[in-house]
Every structure is written in structure tokens, then in C-alpha cells.
Design a binder for this molecule. Structure first.
Ligand code: SAH
Ligand code: SF4
Length: 385
């Protein structure tokens, strides 16, 4: 077995962490960290020898104590519609997927936060794959770096990558610290320089972590709702048994109220005959009206309708186009902004919910993960069973 490289992977540190590493571990000035960040994120350098504005002695010291190691690309798949998918190796046994989706004037990268997902949502391919582990901060920011290098993205000059959504594999709020560190680099001028509102966290509804998120960052929040009543939502998102809709909506209210002019995007995957009928749309209207009334902002809720993307073995079916249109119209007639997300990259299995990577599921790890979740607010371990 190869000996693990003990040198610090600089992809794992945000600006504050990197400054600390330079001062405390290398006995160097903090501004050296800034020079290195620019080399890494603006010029895609991985070799310290290329960093010509650093002295020879520092370059040698860096070589001894640090490395800049992006995830390895196992496979790349371009789609006919311009979407691009990477399968990235995270260790010998696991791989995750990252997807770039170009659209008029913007380029969105869909980033993974975990190897698999323990949330077990019944309509999600990633959920069906099981769970192995959290990604490190280096593995999360490394996904953005691989895409940025491929695109020739140069922040503030040649910007191809304009948005990041944490909507790949995994539940980002269950890997909180690493996701926050990685998002710091995405939003840093010395990193990828994205405006905070162009970085989005999507959660299946880990309510207490939404409050924690509000404390440390002001990124955009997307919440995967999929149903406006608890009985139905619990069959789709098992986490709902632990954090039911009322609790989730209250956390969303606090998030919006803690930020100026912010809103929550509610994602709603439409499945034929399950949650795509007019009565479901009307129920959603009631729920969101209550929400916008309580935060006193009629524009604080947006809805993103996602027609279900099928995968092998699923029992759900994509809704028909008429039902999708009717659903959208009911929301819009009631003053709720609702978009239908266009399916992108389905020829390469890169659409929402189709990411699967390569997950060495660990039954016992998954059980421990669930226990951790239960500890969050003293709830019951069986909430997700
Ligand atoms: N775990 C997070 C983020 C990743 S999933 C979350 O659940 O929010 C990103 C979005 O894709 C979520 O809204 C999810 O509900 C949706 N999704 C999952 N499987 C899908 C499928 N098969 N078809 C369409 N959307 C799906
Ligand atoms: Fe996990 Fe999101 Fe898929 Fe649910 S929808 S299993 S939370 S990735």
C-alpha cells in the first residue's frame, strides 16, 4: 500500500486557514498565502516551482510541507447540450460526480458534498446508492478547481464559471464545516471570486443547520420540499419525520429574516400521480403564502419545479408536460414565482438526481451517521429508518 502523503493539501484551507498555516507552520508572512492562492485559483498552478514571485527558499519549504493536489479525473463526459460531467476519484474505492451546465450568460457548476448520501430520499439515485463518507474541504473545492481549469476560467477576467450550486451528491448541511470552508474559497476574491448569492446550498431540510448556516455565511438557500403536507413528504424525504414541514419552514423564515432582501428557493421534484396534481399545487400555495406573510415579503419564496428524472429501478415516473404546466400556472396565478427547471445533460446521466459516482456503501458507517443526525437535537435514531 502506498504511504499516505502527510503534507498539507492547500485545497483544504480557506484564506484564514492558509494564513494560519503560513504563519504557524511555515514561519512565513501571511501575505505569502495570498500569493499562493492567486497561483492556485487564478492561474491553476499546482507546482510550487512555477510560483515565480516566491523566493527559492520558500518554494523549497512549501514543497516539503505542502502540496496542491486536485482530485483525479477518472472520466469526463461532454453532453450534446454543452453540459459536462466529471467522475472524480476521491480515494481508491470512491468516486463522485460534478456537472457543469452552461446557459445563456451563465455557467453553473453542480458540486458534490459527500460520497453518496445517507438521507435515503425515495426518488433519488444518489440516495439509493448508500453512503460512504463526507468529502473533505479539499475534495469539495477541488471539484470547482478541476472544472475551472478545464474551462480556462479566470476570476474577474475570463469568467466562465459564474455560479456554484451544492446540488450534486450528498446532503451539504450534514458536512457543514467542510462545505463552509469550501464555500469561503468559492466566494473569496483570491479564490473563485463568486458573489455570495451565486453560491447556493441545497438541503433536504436539516432545520437546525439552516440556523447555523445563517450565522456564518450569506449564501443562497434552496430547500428541497417536494410536498406541502407531512404525510406525503415523509414518504419522499425520510428526514421529514425528524424535521417536519412546520419546523423546516420556521428555520427558513429565520434565514430570510436574518438577511437583507433574501429569498428561499423551494425545489419541488414532480412525480406523476404522486405530488403533481392541482390539489398539491394549491396546498403548496397555502404553505408558501403563510411563509411570505410571516416574513412580510411577497417575493421571499421562489419555486423551482423539477420534472422527475428517471433512473434504473425507480418506481416513479416523469409527469406529463400538461400537468407540469398546470402546476406552474396555479402557483403563478397565486403570485408565486415558479420556474420549471429544464433537463440538462440527460444523455450523459447528469440531470438532477441521476448522479451516482461510485460509492462503497458502508452499512455500519451509515448507521453511525444516522445516530449522529439523531444527536443533533436529541431525536430518535429511527427517524430515518
Ligand atoms: N441533498 C441536497 C442536494 C442534492 S439533490 C438536496 O436534497 O437538496 C439536488 C436536487 O435534485 C434536490 O432538490 C433533489 O430533491 C433533486 N432530485 C433528486 N433526485 C431527483 C430525480 N430523480 N429527479 C429530479 N430531481 C431529483
Ligand atoms: Fe440525499 Fe438530496 Fe438525494 Fe435526498 S435528494 S438522497 S438528500 S442527495
Amino acid at each position: 500500500m502506498p504511504i499516505a502523503d502527510a503534507r498539507q493539501n492547500l485545497f483544504g484551507l480557506d484564506r484564514v486557514g492558509l494564513e494560519r498555516f503560513f504563519v504557524e507552520s511555515l514561519d512565513e508572512k501571511a501575505f505569502r498565502a495570498h500569493q499562493v492562492m492567486k497561483w492556485m485559483y487564478h492561474r491553476h498552478a499546482t507546482d510550487f516551482e512555477a510560483m515565480t514571485d516566491l523566493g527559492k527558499a520558500l518554494r523549497t519549504k512549501l514543497q516539503e510541507h505542502a502540496r496542491i493536489a486536485p482530485p483525479g479525473v477518472i472520466l469526463e463526459k461532454p453532453s450534446l447540450d454543452g453540459t459536462h460531467k466529471w467522475l472524480l476519484g476521491m480515494d481508491g474505492a470512491n468516486a463522485i460526480e460534478t456537472v457543469f451546465i452552461p446557459d445563456k450568460g451563465r455557467g453553473t457548476l453542480c458540486v458534490s458534498s459527500q460520497v453518496g448520501c445517507a438521507m435515503n430520499c425515495s426518488f433519488c439515485m444518489t440516495g439509493a446508492q448508500g453512503f460512504n463518507r463526507d468529502l473533505t474541504a479539499a475534495e469539495i473545492i477541488g471539484q470547482v478547481w478541476v472544472a475551472a481549469r478545464h474551462l480556462g476560467n479566470i476570476p474577474h477576467r475570463e469568467r466562465k464559471l459564474t455560479n456554484v450550486v451544492m446540488m450534486g451528491m450528498g446532503e451539504p448541511l450534514m458536512n457543514f464545516d467542510n462545505v463552509v470552508t469550501a464555500m469561503n474559497v468559492m466566494r473569496d476574491d483570491l479564490g473563485f471570486g463568486l458573489a455570495s448569492k451565486r453560491v447556493t446550498v441545497s438541503t433536504s431540510g436539516v432545520a437546525p443547520m439552516i440556523d447555523k448556516l445563517a450565522e456564518v455565511t450569506d449564501v443562497s438557500l434552496a430547500v428541497s420540499l417536494h410536498a406541502a403536507n407531512d404525510a406525503l413528504r415523509s414518504t419522499l424525504v425520510p428526514l421529514n419525520r425528524k424535521y417536519p414541514i412546520a419546523m423546516l419552514m420556521e428555520a427558513c423564515e429565520r434565514y430570510v429574516l436574518s438577511k437583507k432582501r433574501s429569498s428561499v428557493t423551494f425545489e419541488y421534484t414532480l412525480m406523476q400521480g404522486i405530488n403533481d396534481q392541482p390539489e398539491h399545487a394549491r396546498e403548496l400555495v397555502q404553505l408558501l403564502r403563510r411563509f411570505t406573510r410571516r416574513v412580510q415579503d411577497a417575493n421571499a419564496a421562489k419555486v423551482n419545479l423539477i420534472p422527475f428524472n428517471p433512473f434504473p429501478g425507480t418506481r416513479y415516473v416523469r409527469p406529463n408536460a400538461n400537468d407540469v404546466r398546470t402546476f406552474q400556472e396555479i402557483l403563478q396565478q397565486n403570485g408565486i414565482l415558479a420556474m420549471v427547471r429544464r433537463t440538462r445533460g440527460d444523455d450523459i446521466d447528469a440531470a438532477c438526481g441521476q448522479l451516482k459516482g461510485q460509492v462503497a456503501d458502508r452499512g455500519r458507517r451509515q448507521a453511525r451517521f444516522r445516530a449522529e443526525l439523531a444527536k443533533l437535537d436529541g431525536g430518535h435514531v429511527d427517524a430515518l429508518a
